[in-house]
Design a protein around this ligand. Structure first.
Ligand code: HEC
Length: 112
């Protein structure tokens, strides 16, 4: 009987040395609705495909107005500095879109 108790105690102690069990649970987050949507102008699909993985539409619509050449260098900066996987063939469409959006904002005022 005493031997059985010692064995049981030894088993329990051995059990304590095991690594603690860790369980992982799936988690999800709900992003807030973006109050702004990208206006329906030519090139919108290219911007959605290449920019909105990292930037919300609101971010894209609330940039200071910059000329076309600066938009070209912004897109290049996204690729070179931030390693954005942007389709180079889509760059002219993206630039056209951002210039057109900002021109329209000049007429109607900046996005709120
Ligand atoms: C891989 C992620 C990623 C993608 C895709 C991406 N960007 Fe960015 N962008 C960044 C980061 C990081 C910054 C710097 C931090 C910030 O301002 O959010 C930034 C900043 C900006 C800014 C703010 C000005 C600046 O120079 O910081 C503009 C404008 C911009 N991006 C435009 C674009 C456009 C247009 C596209 C699509 C062609 C694009 N981005 C795609 C990551 C990305």
């Amino acid at each position: 009987m005493r031997a059985a108790a010692i064995i049981l105690a030894a088993l329990l102690l051995t059990g304590c040395e095991r690594a603690p069990e860790v369980t992982f649970a799936d988690a999800s987050i709900t992003l807030p609705d973006d109050p702004l949507d990208l206006p329906d102008l030519p090139g919108r699909d290219a911007v959605i495909a290449n920019c909105t993985a990292c930037h919300s539409p609101s971010t894209m619509l609330q940039q200071p107005k910059i000329p076309r050449a600066k938009w070209e260098s912004q897109v290049t900066k996204m690729i070179e500095i931030y390693k954005a996987p942007i389709d180079e063939a889509a760059i002219p469409q993206i630039v056209d879109y951002m210039v057109a959006v900002q021109a329209a904002q000049t007429e109607t005022g900046p996005a709120q």
